[in-house]
Ligand binder design. Structure first.
Ligand code: SF4
Ligand code: SF4
Length: 424
């Protein structure tokens, strides 16, 4: 929603204080290749930029809630003092009545008790990347020596759990775990005891020429520096890497997890796809940009103040400007960024416009719209088949949960009432 002068009352901005630099070398992490955008850079946000950023972020929000969100690369590589300083700066620059929440996305391998204490004291929501039990997590989440990171991530999680820090597990779904939805979900629910889960399908889109190199992974490993140059990841091409999820498998994965969740876990475990879907069925949009009608209010800022249209479009064509030269709010309200957000709606193929579940899907994220519709029109989402299966499957249950909400009752009552099934 924009105000009369074109500025949004709030927005979501992921700041990357170490740019794409990370202590791990996950095979599917195309963010690692973004190092090539800033050759020779130290990739550390300077203290004066940190203050400029925090001041502008707070100043730009007219809505009372402000999210200060850190991402990477691996943001903990900045060290704890950087984040202590960021909280001090928020206290200096916040306006009366502004409510601040903090989030950080981390691979969890560098966490100590001091980090956990800091997160708890300041109410951070920690997004922790875990791809399920060891055999799935260690398929691609490797360190620079090529070793799995599972044990270090679990040690980090134990630190957070011991201090009762809010944790949101971010689980990428890919070729290695796509056929094991219940093993993955039950591991999070029963063994880790997490309440908040996000599933993120891995779609590494590439050109035919880049495919063999991309299949080797996006990192620039120490020994590769001499022997092979990794490509810069761009949203181009009509192929996907071997690690990418299969669209049909995404539908089966989400459907299987939903059936397990809806039987007994509603109101106990929060799965982002299901929460957002209930919002759509209940007539409340928003919540997740990929399923919103338009986007453009989920931006990313590099370590040097460069602001990009979206975290998935950290590419030269989508650079809006630098916040040290142009105020952040002007860049966000710019015609370039508004056109980016509108294009999500305005470029939908006819196949989507006529789709029964468009109200919930809205064609998905534009970055994945690189296949043709059955009629041969371009611009269909690579994940369409999965989305169609999933949204059609959950329709009866979503209708019932929406009715319960209308009656002032809890959606979790669905487990007592019995989950309605879809009729063919
Ligand atoms: S491009 Fe995709 S990820 Fe980026 S803001 Fe739009 S919908 Fe969200
Ligand atoms: S399910 Fe497929 S056809 Fe329907 S809106 Fe989503 S991407 Fe388009």
């Amino acid at each position: 929603m924009l105000t009369v002068n074109g500025t949004p009352p709030s927005f979501h901005l992921l700041a990357k204080p170490t740019g794409p630099i990370c202590n791990l070398d996950c095979s599917y992490c195309f963010f690692l290749s973004k190092e090539m955008l800033y050759p020779g850079d130290r990739f550390r946000m300077a203290d004066d930029l940190l203050e400029t950023y925090i001041a502008q972020l707070l100043e730009s929000h007219t809505a009372p809630e402000v999210m200060v969100a850190w991402q990477g690369g691996e943001p903990t590589m900045m060290g704890l003092d950087f984040f202590r300083r960021s909280v001090e700066l928020v206290e200096i620059h916040r306006r009366p009545g502004q409510r601040i929440s903090y989030s950080i996305q981390t691979n969890g391998t560098r966490l100590s008790n001091d980090w956990a204490v800091f997160f708890k004291e300041n109410g951070f929501l920690v997004g922790l990347s875990v791809d399920g039990p060891r055999e799935f997590h260690d398929a691609y989440r490797l360190d620079k020596q090529g070793k799995g990171s599972f044990d270090r991530v679990m040690a980090g999680y134990e630190m957070l759990a011991a201090r009762d820090v809010d944790v949101n597990v971010l689980c990428t779904v890919h070729a290695a775990n796509q056929d094991h939805p219940l093993d993955v979900y039950r591991f999070f629910r029963d063994e880790m005891g997490v309440q908040f889960i996000q599933f993120i399908p891995i779609v590494e889109r590439v050109t035919e020429t880049l495919l063999p190199l991309a299949n080797l992974g996006w990192a620039s490993k120490e020994d590769d520096r001499r022997t092979a140059k990794r490509p810069l990841y761009m949203q181009q091409g009509h192929h996907v890497t071997d690690r990418s999820i299969d669209a049909g498998a995404l539908g089966r994965f989400l459907t299987a997890v939903f059936d397990e969740w809806v039987r007994a876990d509603v109101g106990e475990v929060f799965v982002q796809h299901f929460d957002v879907a209930l919002g759509a069925w209940h007539g409340e949009g928003g919540g997740l940009c990929i399923f919103a009608e338009t986007c453009g209010l989920a931006l990313a800022m590099e370590h040097n103040g460069d602001l990009y249209a979206c975290d998935h479009y950290v590419e030269p064509d989508y650079l809006l400007g630098n916040i040290t030269e142009t105020p952040m709010i002007e860049l966000i309200a710019s015609e370039k960024q508004q056109a980016f957000g509108r294009a999500k709606r305005d470029t939908l193929p006819q196949y989507c416009l006529e789709c029964d579940v468009r109200f919930a899907c809205n064609g998905g994220c534009p970055r994945n719209r690189f296949i043709d519709t059955p009629a041969g029109d371009p611009g269909l989402n690579y994940l369409c088949a999965g989305y169609k299966t999933f949204f059609a499957h959950i329709d009866p249950a979503m209708k019932l949960m929406s009715r319960l909400l209308n009656q002032g009752r809890a959606p979790s009552e669905i487990s007592k009432l019995g989950v309605p099934r879809r009729t063919a």
